[in-house]
Design a binder for this molecule. Sequence first.
Ligand SMILES: Nc1nc2c(c(=O)[nH]1)N=C([C@H](O)[C@H](O)COP(=O)(O)OP(=O)(O)OP(=O)(O)O)CN2
Ligand SMILES: [Zn+2]
Length: 133
Amino acid sequence: MKKISIRATKIFTFDAAHCLPGHKGKCANMHGHTYRLEVTVARNDDGVLTDDSGNGMVIDFGDLKQIVQEEIIDKVDHKLLNEVFSFRTTSENMARHFYDLLARRLLAQGVSVEKITLWESPTSCVEVGRWNS
Ligand SMILES: Nc1nc2c(c(=O)[nH]1)N=C([C@H](O)[C@H](O)COP(=O)(O)OP(=O)(O)OP(=O)(O)O)CN2
Ligand SMILES: [Zn+2]
């Protein structure tokens, strides 16, 4: 029987400009996106804090919002991404970077990042996570 687990997701948006030098199409030119960032987390024990010291939450949505704001949104919103990051600013590279930032920050709280979904447009997204192989 499959184990029940609980995940919590919070959604963010940010506006940013970038270009992909050498891209074969129009994305070589400077252009902008309203990115949508979906952050899904779980407790490392797969449940919620329900003991006397617990609060029945995977993580307080307010705390998650503050962490994502500090670690990601404040650094990228209304910025030129090519100046923020040393790597090529594909959605894949950014989503992986965001995953690593949040995984490191949430580790101490016993919270793991299950999935990061980064939408570059309403029709294009990438997902980063630990999948069952
Ligand atoms: N795998 C990836 N492919 C592309 C990326 C990327 O990050 N990962 N990025 C781009 C460009 O940044 C471009 O802005 C987005 O391309 P695309 O989704 O094709 O944009 P459109 O507006 O043309 O999308 P439609 O909805 O199909 O009109 C390119 N590729
Ligand atoms: Zn783009």
